[in-house]
Write a protein that binds this ligand. Structure first.
Ligand SMILES: C[S@@+](CC[C@H](N)C(=O)[O-])C[C@H]1O[C@@H](n2cnc3c(N)ncnc32)[C@H](O)[C@@H]1O
Length: 266
């Protein structure tokens, strides 16, 4: 019995052209500037990681040895939120164009990420953006893989996965497998931050449609009941123009907000 693989029926992850996901268009639409809602999600993540890092340091342990961001697409902020605390970070991405884009960003992080770094920096000794750029180059690696079949188990000791599990399929079961595989890739007791789009049924990147399965904060809470030792799940309101564009390229509010979760893997 294959329990990790998505199906092949319409709406499944495997039915969408992830290699055609356009990282530049996605970045322009979502991360050209720091939105207030993303600042809130990023701030929660940074606070959680710095709290757990403090517990580690006070318990005589050093930095996390290996972080993972699952499905970064063209979003570098989850990686930046872990950068100060990790010896190395794997950016685990499926889409070929995204992999290419991420390798370029690791080589030279674009200036547009500076406002995001400014949210992180106070918790890591006010290191400046040049430090982030240099350290990302040293510590980060991009690995191309499929989270349904290629994620190792119990390998990483800190992790992020933003807008991935619910935004790669129409199937609720694949959402659950995605969240399970993410938390299971972490050593038990590791801190993670996950973000989800709430109530989305799919989205356009340029003129390419990608799937989503609508989730609520309660759905996420129930999934994490089984997968996390400790957790906090919070709804975040949309604060800014919708990140979803219609066929004419106009923002369209066809989702209800975001969910951010902070926890420790089971
Ligand atoms: C909506 S984007 C989210 C990107 C980014 N994490 C963010 O915060 O905006 C969904 C991402 O999931 C990735 N993805 C889709 N199917 C995947 C799979 N089977 N394994 C790993 N990543 C996948 C896509 O390539 C894309 O980068």
């Amino acid at each position: 019995m294959k329990v990790n693989s998505p199906g092949a029926s319409p709406g499944s992850n495997s039915r969408f052209p992830w290699d055609n996901f356009d990282p530049k268009k996605y970045q322009e639409n979502n991360y050209k500037e720091l939105r207030a809602d993303d600042a809130r999600i990023l701030g929660h993540g940074v606070d959680w990681f710095s709290q757990v890092a403090l517990w580690r340091y006070s318990g005589g342990k050093g930095r996390f040895s290996h972080g993972i961001d699952v499905g970064p697409g063209s979003n570098l902020y989850p990686t930046l939120s872990m950068l100060g605390y990790c010896r190395k970070i794997t950016l685990f991405e499926y889409g070929a164009a995204n992999v290419q884009y991420l390798r370029g960003e690791i080589e030279h992080l674009s200036d547009s990420w500076k406002p995001f770094w400014d949210v992180v920096s106070p918790s890591v000794g006010h290191r400046d953006f040049e430090w982030a750029r240099r350290t990302l180059r040293k510590r980060a690696t991009v690995v191309q893989g499929n989270l349904f079949s290629d994620l190792p188990k119990g390998e990483f000791d800190v992790g992020t996965m933003h807008f991935v599990a619910e935004s790669l399929t129409e199937k609720p079961q694949e959402v659950r497998y995605g969240v399970r595989n993410f938390t299971r890739s972490l050593v038990p007791g590791s801190p993670f931050v996950m973000a989800n789009v709430e109530g989305s049924k799919g989205y356009l990147v340029g003129d390419q449609w990608f799937p989503a399965a609508p989730v609520t904060a309660t759905d996420v809470e129930w999934m994490l009941d089984l997968l996390a030792l400790e957790k906090r799940v919070e709804h975040i309101d949309i604060d800014g123009p919708s990140i979803h564009l219609n066929a004419e390229g106009k923002p369209e509010v066809d989702y209800t907000g975001y969910v951010v979760s902070m926890g420790l893997s089971y």
